[in-house]
Design a protein around this ligand. Structure first.
Ligand code: PXP
Length: 240
């Protein structure tokens, strides 16, 4: 199972003071050297953390895949086509949210999302759709022609009782099985941390986990290389 490290919050720290440091590019190189299989950045419409220039320099320098998370808007689609990351993960976006709060509604917005997927595929970009662990959304995702989905694990991560946690885990496991049967590559992410990652990493057929906040938070205490290695180790142990 692969680990994609989301380095948005390195940029959050930089933007908090308007300095030139810490640099997301340096963080990405360190993460890659420490076992990250890909680097994810979310270029938000309000540019609250990652900036366009970060994506450009990551694309130029990184020798592992770059996954660009973005909203399905004309501006972002054009930018993606210009920046040409390896992957684009399409996400819903609301300006007032602290972080992405749920998956795309592919079922109700099939036409618009399918068009976006085709536009990116024509530019040679592999598209992933960030969706909830919901049967209808998975069927709709398969109808877009996108080769990949990322299952939203936020509800599992936010569960406050063992019962809810178990129920969310079962939903995710069922969703992974269906998506895999439909021929989709299945990734997962959001809210995963050192305490809750093992159950998700144990689900067969999940190809990649995308994890950001918990790794960057831990790196304050142990350094980024150790934080990445510890997460990678937990994932590897769960898979073994
Ligand atoms: N996957 C997607 C689609 C996201 O939007 C995010 C947050 O940017 C993540 C994964 C990573 O979530 P977290 O920072 O909670 O690990």
């Amino acid at each position: 199972m692969l680990l994609g490290v989301n380095i948005d919050h390195v940029a959050t720290l930089r933007q908090a003071r308007g300095t030139s440091y810490p640099e997301p590019l340096t963080a990405s190189i360190l993460a890659a050297e420490s076992g990250a299989d890909s680097i994810t950045v979310h270029l938000r419409e309000d540019r609250r953390h990652i900036q366009d220039s970060d994506v450009t320099s990551l694309k130029e320098v990184l020798n592992i895949p770059l996954n660009l998370e973005m909203a399905v808007t004309a501006e972002m689609l054009q930018l993606a086509r210009k920046l040409r990351p390896t992957y684009c993960c399409l996400v819903p976006e609301r300006r007032e949210e602290l972080t992405t709060e749920g998956g795309l509604n592919v079922r109700d917005e099939l036409g618009r999302i399918r068009e976006g997927c085709e536009y990116l595929a024509n530019a040679g970009i592999k598209v992933s759709l960030f969706i909830d662990a919901d049967t209808e959304q998975i069927q709709a995702a398969a109808d877009t022609g996108a080769p990949c989905i990322e299952i939203h694990t936020g509800h599992y991560a936010d569960a406050t009782t063992p019962d809810t946690c178990q129920r969310e885990l079962e939903k995710i496991t069922k969703a992974v099985t269906l998506a895999h049967e439909l021929g989709l590559q299945v990734n997962a992410g959001h809210g995963l941390n050192y305490d809750n990652v093992t159950a998700i990493a144990s689900i067969p057929d999940v190809i990649e986990l995308n994890i950001g906040h918990s790794i960057i938070a831990r790196s304050v205490f142990v350094g980024l290389p150790t934080a990445v290695k510890e997460m990678k180790q937990l994932i590897d142990q769960a898979v073994a």
